[in-house]
Design a protein around this ligand. Structure first.
Ligand SMILES: O=C(O)C[C@H](O)C(=O)O
Ligand code: SF4
Length: 520
């Protein structure tokens, strides 16, 4: 095999997967957009998402800054040299990282050191299998951490919140799947896709669940019971009303694929792999002699082009007569006073202009018992781990910069806001009671940005004005960013209100409506 060509082919597969959402995924997102009512927060979020998909495509830049744990599944004809191919894939990964198409995401679990090139123990994941065909089938999924954290595994029988007992039968499985969508709320960047694995053990069950994510969104399950189950879930999960980003709305789930395998008598697992709307998976057929791509997979049907600018749609939504949720945006400019913050309430749309600082997991832990490298009084912290590139003059450029899941900072956030006088945090998915209490006591707000909209937000960032704590690696460092018109929604205010706890409560009530048996 021409291994240089093969490496080039893998590079193309990586870049395309990271920057260009597949056709089936685009169609599912378009259908969701059509279901939402103009003027709602969900409609506005979906407009931002579709705009972002378009920008990533045009800029050939990551759709989301979290380019995940690259996972390859490769089928090869008998005789193909897998060791050589593995090396070529790793080279292609390192190159794509250097070019800003992937974020350096491989972190030493004990020291926290980022390898910088996405290579390291266990990363990337490359799974080979042999087959009888005469070509190579190479598929790649880039599944980010936020949705990976929302995967869930049930051991039947069990008791489920809202749904009661789930037994070892199809109806028990039905309950687990509905529960898996409920428990994710907006935190895995809903609306999501789920792959479900029935049976196996704890590891093969999850493998089977992830395997389902390689199925095309619009295929039909050949197994009659599973087809019925998939149809049922698609028809009912959206009744939960969680909506895009957990803002409430018509679409919570974009796809559901279920697979089954045998188990041993004592075990009965239902494993669910949750994938965000930024469902980046693609595949190619490669010629085993030339190493060249001979075909792209997942190419059936129409490609939806989201060329319509989101700004126009947001404006149109705001002008719609029944537009209750989206009002004129309020401008925030740091340093922000407590008085300004106390005026904000859940549902307000804000546009931030001026300086913001990124801070995620490592920074929050660090700030608990260290001084801040900058004066954070009245400032805005952005939960974000961007993709950054340095040019030849040594200047940094933002290649992708959407929010990360905020709930991970729940143990620290309230204390840190009070300690340093921070007035606003931007993130996604909401935070818990401890932070809500601190917002009320101290005078702070939580601003929800649209998860995955990494190009859209990168465009709002007009300059990189500094960086601290680079020893934590690019995603975890504290970047000083100059932003203009950075749009987010107040979802937790200083008056004790949280949109997230409201949606959680109402979706639990709705979940309980699915308690009665459906599959006998
Ligand atoms: O790591 C990130 O940037 C985001 C992550 O995928 C998340 O959803 O929290
Ligand atoms: S930020 Fe959201 S869209 Fe991006 S990888 Fe995480 S869950 Fe997916």
């Amino acid at each position: 095999m021409n291994i240089e060509k093969f490496q080039e082919s893998m590079y193309k597969l990586i870049v395309e997967t990271s920057t260009n959402l597949p056709k089936d995924v685009r169609r599912a997102i378009k259908a969701a957009k059509e279901r939402e009512n103009a003027g709602t927060r969900s409609a506005m979020s979906l407009a931002t998402i579709t705009n972002n998909i378009q920008m990533a495509d045009e800029n050939v830049s990551p759709i989301c800054q979290d380019t995940g744990l690259p996972t390859f599944k490769i089928k090869v004809p008998v005789g193909a040299n897998q060791l050589e191919m593995q090396k070529a894939i790793k080279n292609a990964i390192a190159l794509a990282t250097k070019d800003g198409k992937l974020r350096p995401n491989s972190v030493d679990s004990l020291t926290g050191d980022n390898s910088g090139d996405n290579l390291g123990e266990g990363t990337p994941v490359i799974k080979f299998a042999q087959w009888e065909k005469d070509y190579i089938d190479a598929r790649l999924i880039l599944k980010g951490g936020g949705c990976e954290n929302k995967n869930i595994q049930y051991s039947l029988p069990c008791e489920l919140e809202g749904l009661g007992r789930a037994g070892r039968d199809l109806d028990g499985i039905r309950k687990c799947i509905l529960h898996s969508v409920y428990q994710a709320q907006g935190q895995g960047c809903s609306a999501g896709f789920i792959g479900v694995g029935i049976g196996g053990d704890r590891s093969s069950g999850y493998d089977l669940a992830k395997e389902q994510l390689f199925r095309s969104v619009d295929d039909v399950n050949p197994h009659e019971d599973l087809r019925k189950l998939e149809d049922y879930i698609m028809a009912n999960a959206n009744e939960l009303g969680i909506g895009t980003m957990g803002f409430g709305g018509e679409t919570t789930l974009l796809g559901c694929k279920v697979g089954v395998m045998n188990r041993i008598p004592a075990s009965f697992f239902v494993s669910v792999a949750y994938n965000c709307w930024a469902f980046r998976r693609l595949g190619v057929q490669v010629n085993p002699e030339t190493g060249e791509i001979q075909d792209w997979l997942y190419q059936e049907g129409e490609k939806i082009d989201f060329a319509e600018p989101a700004e126009a749609e947001i404006a149109a939504a705001a002008e719609a007569p029944e537009a209750p949720a989206v009002q004129e945006a309020i401008t925030l400019n740091a340093p922000i006073t407590e008085e300004q913050i106390r005026q904000l309430k859940v549902g307000d749309v804000v546009k931030i202009t001026g300086r913001i600082y990124t801070g995620r997991d490592a920074i929050h832990k660090y700030l608990m018992d260290h001084d801040a490298p900058v004066d954070l009084n009245g400032q805005v912290i952005y939960h974000c781990g961007p993709v950054m590139l340095k040019d030849d003059e040594g200047n940094w450029h933002v290649k992708a910069a959407g929010p990360t899941t905020s709930i991970r900072e729940e143990p620290y956030q309230g204390d840190i806001m009070k300690k340093f006088g921070i007035r606003a945090v931007i993130g996604k998915g909401g935070m818990g009671p401890k932070t809500l209490a601190a917002l009320q006591e101290h005078g702070g707000v939580y601003l929800n940005a649209i998860g995955g909209a990494a190009q859209y937000y990168a465009d709002c960032i007009k300059g990189v004005e500094g960086v601290d704590l680079m020893n934590f690696g690019i995603p975890e460092a504290m970047w000083h960013l100059r932003v203009e018109g950075f749009t987010a929604v107040v979802t937790m205010d200083s008056h004790g209100n949280s949109l997230h706890s409201e949606v959680e409560k109402s979706s639990l009530e709705k979940l309980a409506q699915f308690k009665e048996p459906v599959f006998k």
